[in-house]
Design a binder for this molecule. Structure first.
Ligand code: LLP
Length: 442
């Protein structure tokens, strides 16, 4: 019997052609190489250099409409609050704002960026376990739509702040449903041992207390069980527990008018089966359809992940007795997901000739001085030459936002492709910016 394969076994990797075929916004042109929405990535790299993030606006828009369309088809009137943390570029925020989305923010910085991009305060939800007094004050003075409170301690802090300034905070209690979403340990958030949310058993009593607290108007419940979730069962379990809680609270005579279902819908990085928005809509409908609550959700990755690539160049190919190392000019400081979560990202040569050349196993790494700076192991790739370009796929979510300047590497440029045209939406960080704010001790 064959040995069991790990989920990321290179033997089960999709081919370059399969990766492209599953992403209609990408295609190879024999002469121009890889195109994103018909714009040659080579043209962008020639002008802007590499590494560079490139985003397809049309893909983001289409995904937003597919998601809201699936909810509408299921008869759900859902309010989408884009999870800013996935990609906080102002162009992205403005795109979703124009589509009618609100924002889910987790810091004062994200709140201000969302406002700056034109998202109305009333459509902003503020989540997170550690909002500072200053941040809560900002949320109150902006008059945002909802604050998702994650602890009794935070509720007391918010009540004091709101009543001192004569304001009322619309609050949802984020409940930890104790459900394992079956995702990477570092991005599971709904288990009792995770730092997120109010323990399920404490939620009803805290909600009743909240209703009596000055400056607090409890409006409902929120939950979020994790990210890159590839099955619907954990959602069904979590939503069922939240629905039970709504009944229990109403049984005590408390008003519950909204449920925020969180984010987390996974995407098929490896072309693996992934849940559809219609599946998620059915799970929401199953739990909440007869509850007469305003439904909200906070998707991030599903909307923007597939819409972005990280464009990189080959620095050199290092031969070893094992397999060659393709060393890129992009590194873990740019895209940290493989190093941090052992995440799998498709890697596709930009040249159409390279894409069909005979392939063999190679490691794809960056220049940073850590072995963890590895994008792929034993990946079947053609023998690319120095200066050849590759696109790392599905890098639109948790890519640029998680970059650092580790190894004194400036932040990469970001480019927007829309309607056959491209433009720089963030300049490559100038090298001087790395030390501009430093001072020698006096
Ligand atoms: N709402 C809350 C309260 C969240 O904490 C998150 C993500 C979202 C919504 C959006 O989840 P999404 O739809 O994007 O899955 N850096 C990790 C992912 C961290 C997700 C954290 N919370 C990664 O690269 O996989």
């Amino acid at each position: 019997m064959a040995a069991p394969t790990s989920p990321n076994d290179p033997a089960t990797d999709p081919s370059i052609q399969d990766l492209i075929a599953a992403r209609p916004w990408l295609k190879h042109d024999a002469m121009a190489g890889l195109l994103l929405d018909d714009v040659p990535l080579n043209r962008i790299a020639d002008a802007v250099g590499t590494p560079t993030w490139v985003y397809s606006a049309a893909t983001m828009r289409a995904r937003y409409r597919a998601l809201t369309g699936a909810m509408a088809d299921a008869g759900l009137d859902i309010h989408v609050h884009y999870a800013v943390k996935a990609n906080d570029s102002r162009a992205v925020l403005a795109l979703f704002g124009a589509e009618g989305a609100g924002a889910d923010v987790v810091s004062g910085g994200e709140l201000l960026k969302a406002r700056l991009a034109g998202i109305p305060a009333a459509r902003i939800i503020y989540s997170g376990v550690g909002k500072s007094e200053q941040e809560l004050h900002l949320a109150l003075s902006e008059g945002i739509g909802q604050i998702n409170v994650e602890s009794a301690e935070e509720l007391a802090m918010l009540s004091a702040l709101a009543s001192a300034t004569g304001r009322t905070a619309r609050v949802a209690l984020r409940v930890n449903p104790d459900v394992d979403a079956g995702t990477n340990d570092k991005i599971a958030t709904g288990r009792a041992t995770d730092k997120f949310g109010i323990p399920y058993a404490d939620a009803a009593a805290l909600y009743a207390r909240a209703a009596a607290m000055p400056g607090i108007e409890p409006v409902g419940l929120a939950t979020h069980i994790g990210s890159q979730i590839l099955g619907l069962a954990p959602y069904r379990d979590a939503f069922a527990r939240i629905a039970d809680l709504v009944h229990a609270l109403r049984g005590q005579g408390l008003r519950v008018s909204s449920v925020d279902c969180g984010g987390g819908l996974g995407i098929p990085y490896r072309n693996e089966p992934a849940p559809s928005p219609a599946g998620l809509a059915a799970a929401m409908k199953g739990a909440f359809h007869n509850l007469d609550v305003r439904l909200a959700m906070e998707p991030g990755r599903w909307l923007v992940g597939p819409a972005g690539v990280l464009l990189a160049s080959v620095v050199l190919v290092k031969q070893t007795p094992f397999e060659p190392f393709i060393v890129l000019d992009a590194a873990m400081n740019d895209l940290v997901r493989p190093a941090m979560y052992e995440a799998w990202h498709g890697i596709v040569p930009v040249s159409a000739t390279d894409a069909v050349a005979p392939a063999g196993p190679a490691s794809v790494v960056g220049p940073v001085c850590e072995s963890g700076d590895t994008f792929a192991r034993s990946r079947s790739l053609p023998r690319v030459a120095p200066n050849a370009r590759v696109a790392i796929l599905d890098a639109g979510a948790y890519g640029a936002v998680m970059s650092s300047t580790y190894n004194a590497r400036p932040l990469a440029a970001e480019v927007w492709v829309d309607d056959g045209r491209w433009s720089v939406i963030r300049d490559r960080q100038p090298i001087e910016a790395l030390w501009e704010q430093e001072r020698l001790p006096t």
